[in-house]
Design a protein around this ligand. Structure first.
Ligand SMILES: [Zn+2]
Length: 248
């Protein structure tokens, strides 16, 4: 028996124990079609696997975001890695160059093509997210489409052959029509939804008036500590950047 983190449709199975919620199940990894070993954590051997149905009576499915409030930060990070690796494995069954079925690399976490030698490593997409300050206020935006119940920072994918700082300036210009200066790296965070790496920056307002693009951003504005709208939860780097700005 091994310990497994089990997913169905990108949601994680949990069970209720006398010690609290647990996302680990004892099972044989060979019983699952798609499995991936995880780095050892606290001397446990843990696998990620896709489960066709509930792994045990009473098991419940939760999103990874919901797991953040239920388990330790280390376990949440392990589950994030598990979800990211399963997503990678599902999307890399065949060679992107020649179409042959891929095989596991003998020694690295990679899939390799026996026909042409192409190697596919877990893919990571870089995203920049920026806290723009003007005096004691910050720029917050509300996404178009009404999908998120809060306001957040400007964020976007880094494009090919672009520096992180260029991506910061471009995203802010595109989404809200502002120019910024003093762009500084602050912190990073893996964001396994499904495979982003968030690069958190701060920047200072330079010029321009807020003009939401209407496509990605519906509304944007300057907010001070005492008039903040609903903001992202503690799971996100956006919240860390906001809290850091308002905590002297
Ligand atoms: Zn190939």
């Amino acid at each position: 028996m091994k310990r497994l983190l089990l997913f169905s449709d990108d949601q994680l199975w949990i069970r209720h124990t006398p010690e609290g919620p647990s996302c680990l199940f004892d099972a044989d990894p060979a019983a699952f079609a798609l499995t991936e070993p995880l780095p050892a954590y606290a001397a446990e051997e843990v696998f990620a696997a896709e489960s066709a149905g509930p792994p045990a009576p009473g098991a419940e499915r939760v999103t990874l975001r919901a797991l953040f409030d239920l388990v330790t930060p280390q376990r949440y990070a392990q589950a994030g890695l598990a979800r990211q690796l399963l997503h990678w494995r599902r999307a890399h069954r065949f060679c992107g160059a020649c179409g042959a079925p891929l095989q596991r690399h003998a020694s690295e976490r990679a899939m390799v093509c026996p026909a042409c030698g192409h190697t596919a490593y877990p893919r990571i997409n870089p995203v920049v997210i920026t806290l723009v300050a003007r005096g004691d206020q910050i720029l917050l935006t509300r996404k178009a489409g009404g999908v998120l119940p809060f306001w957040s920072l400007v964020a976007g994918f880094v494009e090919a052959n672009e520096t992180l700082e260029q991506a910061v300036a471009r995203e802010i210009a595109e989404e809200v029509g502002l120019r910024v200066t003093d762009i500084r790296y602050a912190a990073s965070q893996p964001w396994p939804y499904p495979n982003n790496l968030m690069f958190g920056f701060t920047a200072a307002y330079e010029s321009g008036s807020i003009t939401p693009d209407g496509v990605e951003i519906a509304e944007a504005g300057w907010f001070g500590r005492d008039d903040l709208p609903p903001i992202p939860s503690r799971v996100s780097i956006a919240r860390r950047l906001i809290d850091a700005f308002f905590t002297p």
